[in-house]
Write a protein that binds this ligand. Structure first.
Ligand code: NAP
Length: 291
């Protein structure tokens, strides 16, 4: 079995690392805040001193950190993966970052004969814990085939979508779909209430028809119950929508609904609601409606 390195043991990274151990992989792990390494060491992982040290001891190195500059730092920085990676090894970045930055990192790694896949995920912390993530993979087909057993330990829907950066592009499509649908749910819930219809009944009546969606079935009832605890935080969604808007700009496309939902979330953030779940978008719609 390939030796796995894991960098970034946050909300998503820690359960993913545990699932790799459960599947029988030997794992060497590193996290910037060292205290977070203990939980995976208890489950059988070896601790490393730096991303470079992880790379030295691994065939396949997974990164699961926050944003584009963070991935650049752990891969290309002073003690980054690139300084320890052996020729023929593979770096899989599973964070959600910019497709353009992904392509530049892949090019820098290729100079050292190190392959890269971008493999962002959807499914939240529950998907990470249960090993049921949807994984969208960009990079060379033969590298994807080599890494399939690793993906199989982490997710249930695994799709090779194209070349370097295209996994990230598909993840940004996912975020456009999710956030614009969420906005429609917010408008429908607010309209139902304003018109004297019980929004709970509206959701029941529509969720199994052509208007059905994960957002309607799961976020709709939370809006009605005023439950704004985060499944997925507005601040993180805004990072992804910013990445999507940048990528859309690079191909000179107009995506007005994406722009609108980003602006409405700006309103949530201005009201101190950035740490709430994305269903709190309904508060922005209500404020516009004077409700
Ligand atoms: P998180 O809990 O905030 O964890 C982020 C991890 O990255 C932490 O281990 C953090 O280290 C590390 N990190 C950040 N910047 C770093 C840097 N410059 N150098 C070294 N380490 C750094 O975030 P998360 O929820 O696990 O998300 C990780 C990625 O998955 C993000 O790209 C996110 O968009 C994506 N994602 C998240 C979800 C979700 O529901 N949470 C769903 C799908 C995709 P420290 O412990 O030292 O802070």
């Amino acid at each position: 079995m390939e030796k796995i390195g894991f960098i970034g043991l946050g909300i998503m990274g820690k359960p993913m690392c545990l699932n790799l151990l459960k599947a029988g992989f030997s794992v060497t792990a590193w996290n910037r805040t060292t205290a977070k390494i203990d939980a995976v060491v208890k489950a059988g992982a070896r601790a490393a001193d730096s991303p470079q040290d992880v790379a030295k001891k691994s065939d396949i190195i997974i990164t699961m950190v926050s944003d584009s500059p963070d991935v650049e730092e752990v891969i290309l920085g002073d003690s980054g993966v690139v300084h320890g990676a052996q020729s023929g090894s593979v770096v899989i970045d599973m964070s959600t970052i910019s497709p353009a930055v992904t392509r530049s990192i892949a090019a820098a790694l290729a100079e050292k004969n190190v392959e890269m896949l971008d493999a962002p995920v959807s499914g939240g912390d529950t998907g990470a814990i249960n090993g049921t993530l949807a994984i969208m993979v960009g990079g060379k087909r033969h590298v994807y085939d080599r890494c399939r057993p690793v993906f199989a330990a982490l997710g249930t829907s695994i799709t090779h979508v194209g070349d370097h950066g295209m996994g990230q592009t598909v993840k940004l499509c996912n975020q456009i779909l999710v956030s614009v649908t969420n906005m429609a749910v917010c408008e429908a819930v607010t309209f139902a209430s304003a018109s004297g219809v019980d929004p709970r009944i509206m959701i029941e009546a529509t969720k199994n028809g052509a208007a059905g969606s994960w957002q309607l079935a799961n976020l709709g009832p939370k809006m009605v119950d005023r439950d704004f605890a985060p499944g997925f935080m507005i601040d993180l969604q805004q990072k992804d929508l910013r990445l999507a808007l940048d990528a859309v700009h690079q191909v000179r496309l107009a995506t007005p609904a994406l722009g609108l939902v980003h602006q409405l979330f700006n309103g949530n953030q201005a009201h101190g609601e950035g740490k709430e779940g994305t269903q709190a978008l309904v508060k922005s719609i209500e404020r516009l409606a004077g409700r």
